[in-house]
Design a protein around this ligand. Structure first.
Ligand code: UFG
Length: 330
């Protein structure tokens, strides 16, 4: 198939581009390189462009004529969405609307959307299933929820257009051959912050909040390896190509680890106790998020391969060491 990947130079997008290439699909990445890197695009052509540039976007769609669009390009930092909501409604909602308009007008039949567990807010029941109410507690989650609703309504109105929204839980780890991984100039995610602290890039890792209603007081998340998440996109593509209906799937393993548990495993993997300090809560954090991902496994035949926190953190650590050698430290 011919697949246009927005955000294909970013962390998750680049792992999906890699897998699409390995599986023989024809890939084109569309990315403004605001957080992505040209070197991370391991398959197909890269078009450097912004989703807001509708002229370039429409021309790219017309010339490449994809069978499917996978849409990763987005802003993803929960606390930043609280302090700068308009950035999130612009990048994640308004630009997604522009893309969907171009995709529908260009008669591209299939769309795979990077959604998020943040659409659930603070779920009443864990693990949370796809039918749980959408009650986001931060602008990031709201910005993605609105895009999901636009997709739902467009699919209902245009019979030739079908989509899958994948609700990612906490994505971690890196390509096992260390070709690609998380490479943000100023990372905010727990595992990357922790491992960069172990490397001495940051003086200490802060634990945000120890008074949550969880067994050890720190937040619980369902961490999923980026290559398992990438394979969920292939399942979604095959589902749509095989005539499957528009649908929504959680992407996680169905179990959670607290921040303290993740810190313990990071210290085990790196082999020493890098500095950690407990501090107050961070804005916008729900106490616990754990996926019920049975639907993805049962309906799409998804088979996770790296459901192990040590494996995930070891792959992230190997990547961080490789990255530090290859690039200047910030
Ligand atoms: N945390 C720390 N210290 C840090 C960084 C994070 O204690 O330096 C804590 C956070 O407070 C949170 C947990 O670690 O409790 C995970 O935080 P991350 O920043 O790694 O990830 P988030 O849960 O905020 O968000 C991620 C993705 C979102 C997605 C969400 C779904 O960035 O896109 O997971 O669970 F929506």
């Amino acid at each position: 198939m011919r697949v246009l990947v927005t955000g294909g130079a970013g962390y998750i997008g680049s792992h999906v581009v890699k897998l699409l290439g390995e599986q023989g699909h024809t890939v084109m990445t569309y990315d403004n390189l605001s957080t992505g890197n040209a070197w991370a695009v391991l398959a197909g052509e890269l078009v450097v462009g912004d989703l807001a540039d509708t002229t370039l976007l429409q021309a790219t769609l017309r010339d490449f004529a994809p069978d499917a669009v996978m849409h990763f390009a987005a802003s993803i930092v929960v606390p930043e969405s609280v302090s700068d909501p308009l950035k999130y409604y612009t990048n994640n909602t308004a630009n997604t609307l522009k893309l969907i308009q171009a995709v529908v007008a260009g008669r591209v039949p299939h769309f795979i959307f990077s959604s998020t567990a943040a659409v659930y807010g603070m779920p009443q029941q864990l693990p949370v299933s796809e039918s749980a109410p959408l009650l986001p507690i931060n602008p990031y989650g709201t910005s993605k929820m609105m895009s999901e609703l636009i997709l739902r309504d467009c699919a209902a109105a245009h019979p030739g257009f079908r989509y899958v929204a994948l609700r990612y839980f906490n994505v971690a780890g890196a390509d096992l051959s260390c070709r690609i991984g998380q490479a943000y100039a100023m990372p905010t995610h727990l595992i990357t912050r922790g491992l960069k602290t172990a490397q001495g890039v940051f003086p200490e890792l802060l634990i945000f909040g120890t008074d949550y209603d969880t067994p050890d007081g720190t937040c619980i998340r369902d961490y999923i390896h980026v290559d398992d998440l990438a394979s969920a996109h292939i399942c979604a593509l095959e589902h749509l190509a095989g005539g499957g209906a528009s649908d929504i799937f959680n992407c996680g393993y169905g179990r959670g680890f607290s921040v303290r548990e993740v810190v313990r495993v990071m210290r085990e993997v790196v082999g020493y106790d890098f500095p950690v300090r407990e501090t107050g809560r961070r804005a916008g954090d729900p106490a616990a998020l754990i996926a019920d991902s049975r639907k993805l496994q049962q309906s799409l035949g998804w088979k996770p391969r790296y459901d192990d926190l040590h494996t995930m953190i070891r792959s992230a650590w190997a990547w961080e060491q490789h990255y530090a050698r290859r690039h200047q430290r910030p």
